[in-house]
Design a protein around this ligand. Structure first.
Ligand code: IZC
Ligand code: ZN
Length: 406
């Protein structure tokens, strides 16, 4: 039953296949098939074209929809503990930033993450990845930033490296040592960022991350601190990302454009002129509707961003403080129901645009020859149905590099 590695597999009789081939208005292929060899797509076709592969291993997906594997381009995967007590504080009127200022929030998770062993962090993150996979996510970006010291930042990134080797999901690591200022550096901001630059050099030498991100926010890191830190990261060869204008319009989106950042993320409070600049750039706008939902904040203005020319990605922001959920499908549904994106725009936002947001557009994010055969079989009669039947898991099967993983 187990086909030899080099044998061709043909997934056929597919009701509708959405290639998401980066066209403005990509069309689904009806009565489609997908031919895969050595984990890569070799052909996408329709009708009886698959008859040219008589020796192949045939897998019928009769009546099903196929879409590219979902890519979650913004998560904080590796941490210890949970923060449900803060949910109660928020309900009583405290804001996310108030809680952080009082030594809670991120700093709470930092305390627990520092105390956790490698094995504990690994097991918790592994269970999270299993849930993500079940929701159809085949690639995940994940940020460090719950160590805020040399040892724990490296420990988090080592956990990601080990998981990437073991778990079928593909992981992309981002260094985010500039996630908050630890208590011990309260009056030594510059010294802290210098320390993180030293950590960044080690991260580079050990090849533990591809990107560097910073929480550019009032009460966290300023525009000038972010600019200096990310310029340093760029010089070392990292791609850069910014947690930009999540709560306050500091100008993070404009800074992302200035730095030619790969992505600007959150963008709830961005100034109109900054979004216009973003629309003229190659920087991907990563929007996080689960965070808006959970913190009871307005949703990102995706329609305006798309009108301005932005390439929008949608991600979960999975983290213990502002988005304790790995349900990217719900994020996609909120993007349609609350942000008024079209189903096709959202599909693009979690596939090809999300791939661009993490630098993997050459191998992931669409079903075209040459790319990895990462795809999801949906239990839906059509794409609109996926957005209409919200809040449940609509994924039936998940394939990574042509192999069934759920
Ligand atoms: O743990 O609160 N926004 N960082 C910036 C987060 C949310 C994660 C957290
Ligand atoms: Zn985040």
């Amino acid at each position: 039953m187990c086909p030899a590695e080099n044998k061709i597999s043909v997934f056929y009789k597919v009701n509708l296949l959405y290639p998401v081939n980066d066209l403005e208005d990509f069309k689904p292929i009806a009565n489609a098939y997908l031919a895969v060899k050595e984990g890569k797509i070799i052909e996408v076709g329709s009708g009886k074209g698959y008859e040219k592969y008589p020796e192949a291993n045939f897998i019928s997906l009769e009546g099903k929809i196929i879409v590219p594997g979902f890519i979650d381009a913004h998560t904080h995967l590796v941490y210890a503990g949970s923060r449900e007590k803060e949910m109660i504080r928020k309900l009583a009127g405290e804001s996310y930033l108030d809680i952080l200022k009082s030594g809670g929030g991120i700093l709470n998770t930092v305390k627990e993450t520092r105390e956790a062993s490698f094995g504990e962090l690994y097991s918790k993150a592994e269970a999270t990845l299993d849930r993500m996979l079940a929701f159809g996510i085949t690639t995940v970006e994940t940020k460090s930033g719950y160590g805020l010291d040399f040892e724990t930042e490296i420990k988090q990134l080592e956990v990601v490296k080990a998981l990437n080797e073991k778990h079928p999901l593909t992981l992309v690591s981002t260094f985010m040592g500039a996630h908050a200022l630890p208590d011990s550096y309260k009056d030594k901001r510059e010294e802290y960022l210098e320390l993180m630059k030293e950590v960044l050099k080690v991260v580079r030498t050990r090849n533990l991350a591809s990107f560097c991100d910073i929480f550019c926010e009032e009460g966290v890191f300023s525009i000038s601190e972010s600019k200096d830190f990310l310029e340093f990261a760029k010089e070392l060869g990292f791609g850069v990302k910014i947690h930009a204008d999540e709560m306050t319009p500091l100008g993070g989106a404009a800074l992302a454009v200035e730095l030619k950042a790969t992505s600007a993320e959150h963008l709830l409070a961005s100034r109109d002129e900054d979004l216009r600049k973003l629309g003229k750039s190659d920087t991907i706008a990563v929007l996080l509707p689960l965070t808006s939902f959970y913190l009871d904040k307005p949703f990102g203005n995706a329609r305006k961003m798309i009108d301005y020319g932005c390439n929008v990605a949608i991600a979960s922001d999975y983290n213990p403080g502002s988005s304790p959920s790995e349900n990217l499908q719900l994020a996609m549904q909120l993007a349609v129901l609350k942000m008024k994106m079209t189903p096709k725009e959202v599909l693009k936002a979690v596939t090809i645009n999300a791939a661009k947001a993490i630098g993997l557009e050459d191998t992931k994010g669409s079903l075209v020859p040459g790319k990895d055969a990462d795809f999801v079989v949906l239990d839906c009669p059509n794409l609109d149905y996926f957005f209409y039947r919200f809040g449940i898991n609509l994924v039936e099967k998940v394939y990574i590099k042509g192999k069934k993983v759920t």
